[in-house]
Write a protein that binds this ligand. Structure first.
Ligand code: ADP
Ligand code: F6P
Length: 354
């Protein structure tokens, strides 16, 4: 079995609250096993450029509560090329890095699987507010982002109630409506618009009219950014025109990505960080840590990536070739379960949020 003397840890892609808690857990778990840890700064850019420093126990003090990532993050197009990846491997050899824990989203995992294939064993930890990694029930940062949306929408509701207004609020979530649906339910939104489910402006307008007739003064409409950046402002104008209710638009944008992680994200990140290191030191690699019904389970990165493509309807020719029939059946089952859970939540919001 491979002997690990020194591992690296990096954060990459969009930052997420809780990434620091994961870094802290990786560093301290590795040190407790007598393995040194190198912090790789700015994701794969830092790996290519050798922006790397040794991290000791106290270097990760007082970061469990902090948003963002102390290792910084970056999008590094060069790492998508064979030359960039070869340079990354060279840096690992120069710094004596025997394996890497990579914290990020599906792009980060694609980088990690390439590195593993080139002889640097990697393990991925899902860190993204979007919750768009299909193989895990929750990603690090998702809970904090939802709570931030709820806190901000509660404030908007106060002023909407005073002035009998409507507020259309756009929240992040690239192609995934998870933040919008849960935060929409928790903030009592009149309607929630996400790319996963059919939406109809006239139905939303009808809903506002019905609610107003029932005595409601404030109206919150949550829109996921995945439906397109023009949609929210256009819906705002349409609601005002057709209902006569004064309607404002708010794009929460990156504010939803910052802030101190919630308890749930800190625990999830800490557990995933610790188990990732244990798995790596056992000689396992090319895995992503997944939260399945509250238990942290390692899942093959390639399985996770292809499952994601299947879920997002982006499968390419040959993607399923390397998987057994059982794997494919499991993928279909995972997708069905996830879609059903999201549809159930969405359905509940439609029934009770008038
Ligand atoms: P996320 O990890 O949040 O999905 P990105 O999609 O931006 O964010 O990916 C983060 C980084 O991962 C990219 O900037 C790039 O350095 C690396 N990456 C993404 N796709 C690949 C790929 N196909 N091969 C190698 N590295 C990749
Ligand atoms: O993936 C996280 C995320 O915040 C998405 O919700 C959003 O679409 C995107 O990243 C924004 O990326 P950037 O930070 O490059 O503007």
């Amino acid at each position: 079995m491979k002997e690990f003397k020194r591992i690296g840890v990096l954060t990459s892609g969009g930052d997420a609250p809780g990434m620091n808690a994961a870094v802290r857990a990786v560093v301290r778990t590795a040190l407790s096993h007598g393995v040194e840890v190198m912090g790789i700064y700015r994701g794969y850019s830092g790996l290519i450029e050798g922006d790397i420093r040794k991290l000791e126990f106290r270097d990760v003090s007082n970061i469990i509560n902090k948003g963002g990532t102390v290792l910084y993050s970056d999008r590094c197009p060069e790492f998508k090329t064979p030359e960039g990846q070869a340079q990354g491997v060279k840096t690992c050899r120069e710094f004596g890095i025997d394996g890497i824990v990579a914290i990020g989203g599906d792009g980060t995992f694609q980088g990690a699987t390439k590195l593993t294939a080139l002889g640097i064993p990697c393990i991925g930890i899902p860190g993204t507010i979007d919750n768009d990694i299909t193989s895990t029930d929750s990603t690090i940062g998702f809970d904090t982002a939802m709570n931030t949306v709820v806190e901000l929408v509660d404030k908007l509701r106060d002023t909407c109630e005073s002035h009998a207004r409507c507020n259309v609020v756009e929240v992040m979530g690239r192609g995934a409506g998870d933040i919008a649906i849960s935060a929409g339910i928790a903030s009592g939104a009149t309607a929630i618009v996400v790319p996963e489910f059919h939406y109809d402006d006239d139905a939303i307008i009808g809903q506002i009219k019905t609610s107003r007739a029932m005595g409601k003064r404030n109206f919150i409409i949550i829109v996921s950014e995945g439906v397109g950046s023009d949609y929210g402002p256009a819906l705002t104008a349409k609601i005002q025109k057709e209902t006569g209710v004064e309607t404002k638009f708010a794009r929460l944008a990156h504010v939803v990505r910052g802030g101190n992680p919630t308890l749930k994200d800190r625990v999830l990140a800490t557990t995933m960080g610790a188990i990732a290191v244990e798995e790596l030191l056992k000689g396992h690699s090319n895995l992503v840590m997944c939260d399945k019904l509250g238990k942290i389970v390692p899942v093959d990165i390639n399985y996770a990536l292809i499952l994601d493509r299947m879920y997002k309807d982006k499968l390419q020719d040959g993607d399923l070739d390397r998987f057994t029939e059982e794997d494919i059946e499991n993928m279909k089952r995972d997708i069905k379960n996830r879609q059903a859970a999201l549809a159930r939540l969405y359905g509940i919001s439609k029934t009770i949020n008038l």
